[in-house]
Design a protein around this ligand. Sequence first.
Ligand SMILES: Nc1nc2c(ncn2[C@@H]2O[C@H](COP(=O)(O)OP(=O)(O)OP(=O)(O)O)[C@@H](O)[C@H]2O)c(=O)[nH]1
Ligand SMILES: [Mg+2]
Length: 193
Amino acid sequence: MTIHNAEFHKSVSDLGQLPDPGPSEVVFVGRSNVGKSTLLNTLTGRRSLAKTSSTPGKTQLINYFSINDGQCWFVDLPGYGYAKVAKGQRYEWGRLLGGYIRKREEIALVVLLIDARHPEMESDRQMMEFLDFYHRPYAVVLTKFDKLRQKEKAYAVKALKSSALKANFIVNYSAISGAGRDKLLEHLAIYTG
Ligand SMILES: Nc1nc2c(ncn2[C@@H]2O[C@H](COP(=O)(O)OP(=O)(O)OP(=O)(O)O)[C@@H](O)[C@H]2O)c(=O)[nH]1
Ligand SMILES: [Mg+2]
């Protein structure tokens, strides 16, 4: 798809305030600080559309962005993995994040962002299980790919391919170099009507 314009639409802090069903939604999820807001900005070409920060936990709301005058919505969800979880314990996704993924019918695709430097995090693995359990189609974007050496790149892709077996596609992404942007937009065209 080509993004002609992107506008902030609405922020929501409670599942009771969700906007009425609109166009199909592409939802961005991932650990805090993985680069969700940065990806939204680089994907849409609007540098300060979504607020980014070097401190994790910046996005605590559900933020809606209208793409191409309502062709679809991009949705930035709160990050997870900030609070420590004891080994063997199941992740409690925040109420907003978990509830949204379970209930929102307009979700056409969940884009799960995973830090390319840490492709085997337990929380990400559990998120994939969660998405699978609720029959949510999902794809994986490996972020911060520019931070890896050549050898690490090959390792990250291999590790992810073996765990993200149900992912509809996997894209390596760098907000710095722009790598993966065109590929991701090409894939998203299928889900955005
Ligand atoms: N080198 C590099 N840094 C990145 C990339 N993407 C994001 N970052 C940096 O990572 C930090 C976190 O980015 P955000 O986009 O705010 O992360 P987020 O996932 O929205 O974080 P929360 O809202 O806290 O959940 C920022 O300092 C970004 O500049 C990338 O592709 N390469
Ligand atoms: Mg954010």
